[in-house]
Design a protein around this ligand. Structure first.
Ligand code: AMP
Ligand code: ZN
Length: 116
């Protein structure tokens, strides 16, 4: 997508602090971290949101690639064995501000028992 900020990051047109990259997945540090570790994990291919991905085979493949990469990303950011939270905001009313599916990987401090 030409004007999608995360597609631009995937293409290297906008700088990012990369944590992990493979053929299908990119992980980079969030610009406004809410915890000592706050990484965004994105499919390289553009999907507007999680529901769109669940609806077709290529989207499901892209989700599988993300979950396959997750343990390595967790290891790279130093959270292995420490626990983390993986969050997806799906849709504007859930607070999704960038319409390219992404998962927030958050950790590095006690997160508490409640999500909010
Ligand atoms: P969401 O509100 O779930 O759509 O999350 C979007 C996230 O993208 C926010 O946490 C922003 O801080 C983050 N963000 C926006 N632009 C950039 C960027 N250029 N590099 C890294 N993170 C960004
Ligand atoms: Zn995109």
């Amino acid at each position: 997508m030409d004007d999608c900020i995360f597609c631009k990051i995937v293409r290297g047109e906008i700088p990012s602090s990369k944590v992990y990259e493979d053929e299908h997945v990119l992980a980079f540090k969030d610009l406004h971290p809410v915890s000592p570790v706050h990484v965004l994990i994105v499919p390289k291919r553009h999907f507007d949101n999680l529901c769109e991905m669940s609806g077709d085979e290529e989207g499901l493949d892209a989700l599988r690639f993300i979950y396959q990469a997750l343990p390595e990303i967790v290891r790279l950011v130093g959270l292995q064995g420490k626990g983390f939270r993986l969050i997806n905001n799906c849709g504007a009313s859930a607070g999704q501000s960038v319409m390219h599916t992404h998962f927030h990987l958050i950790g590095g401090r006690p997160l508490g028992a409640k999500i909010l």
